[in-house]
Write a protein of this length. Structure first.
Length: 346
């Protein structure tokens, strides 16, 4: 099957280039329109353009569409159903639009949100899960995925209609919103996302799911393009249009790539992050308190409401170190997923 993966090179390159160009195009537009956010982890608190997640979704769409183009015009035989790819693209665009609505809701004066003063108001807490449901609609419409799932320690379970009608919507809502909880440091969501995408790509190649390799490869390319702007020191604030799209994109890859069990293990850091935020009733931040020596102190002392609080309690870190440690934690769960697969648990 390895020769079929050669057809992924062009979609991956186009996704990377499209994302890069679109970010450059959108940055002055977002800044000029007032769609901005403060980078609170810097001494001078710079104001940066926000809401660039649409660039990732656009790059993802271009990459996938180029693959469909090649198959439709007979440039290569495709074993991937076009309807699955179209559903993935539409789902990503839908979910990114919801995030964009969140990004553009800014105030002229700072208001208190998640325990701190900010001009970025965003959607109300109850609106986020309701609106992110729209991202699941294309997947429901095509009855995406395989309803027989290998549940760890249980075995294969046939979920039937419960899978497309209940599990898929819940998974999309949860993944989009949970991934959005961990993004207060330069590059933290991008670095962790790159690790996840690499894990999905390796899994797809090793266990032979072409659509999984295509989706994760295109997602990886778009994330790497984002790293040029989101890496420390960042020149943009990706925004909810980015975190929603990445979280949903990973769930789409799990479902269509038939790697739900592996995906749940890999996504465990965000499941834990969700539970930690739940303990704080979601009125908490993952940000740190900037110290005079440039290090970050945990905002709530010994009280833990995020992975970043754990990291900052264990070691006084600079911002880029928090991001690096979080990427390392994500990598541990990716390795755990492969280990469980090797021992036949998944």
């Amino acid at each position: 099957m390895y020769h079929t993966y050669l057809t992924l090179i062009v979609p991956v390159l186009l996704a990377f280039a499209s994302t890069l160009v679109t970010i450059k195009f959108l940055m002055p537009l977002m800044f000029g329109s007032g769609t901005t956010a403060v980078d609170y982890n810097k001494p001078n608190k710079p104001l940066l353009p926000r809401g660039l997640g649409t660039a990732l979704s656009f790059g993802f769409a271009i990459g996938i569409m180029s693959y469909i183009f090649g198959a439709s015009f007979g440039l290569y035989p495709s074993t991937v159903p076009s309807q699955d790819l179209f559903a993935a693209v539409v789902s990503m665009l839908f979910i990114s639009l919801v995030g964009f609505l969140d990004d553009i809701h800014v105030s002229k004066v700072a208001k208190k949100t998640t325990g701190m003063m900010d001009t970025s108001v965003g959607l109300k807490q109850w609106q986020k899960p309701v609106l992110t449901l729209i991202g699941a609609v294309p997947l429901i419409a095509i009855n995406a995925g395989i309803s027989i799932v290998n549940v760890p320690l249980v075995g294969h379970v046939a979920f039937g209609l419960f899978y497309p009608l209940i599990l898929i919507p819940l998974a999309v809502i949860f993944a989009a919103n949970a991934f959005n909880l961990l993004g207060g440091f330069n590059g933290i969501s991008t670095a962790s996302g790159v690790v996840v995408a690499l894990g999905f790509l390796a899994y797809s190649i090793l266990y032979g799911t072409t659509i999984g390799a295509l989706l994760s490869g295109v997602m990886l390319a778009s994330l790497i393009a984002f790293a040029f702007f989101d890496g420390y020191p960042a020149s943009i604030i990706p925004g909810d249009s980015y975190t929603y799209a990445v979280g949903a994109g990973f769930v789409i890859t799990m479902i269509l790539g038939n790697m739900e069990s592996f995906g749940v293990i890999v996504f465990m850091p965000w499941i834990i992050e969700f539970l930690l935020h739940l303990k704080g009733r979601f009125d908490v931040t993952d940000l740190g308190k900037l110290q005079k020596d440039g290090t970050m102190a945990p905002p709530y002392g010994r009280r833990i409401y995020s992975w970043t609080h754990i990291i900052m309690n264990l070691k006084r870190c600079r911002e880029w170190e928090v991001t690096a440690y979080m990427a390392g934690i994500t990598l541990i769960f990716v390795i755990l997923g492969f280990g469980l697969k090797a021992f036949g648990v998944l």
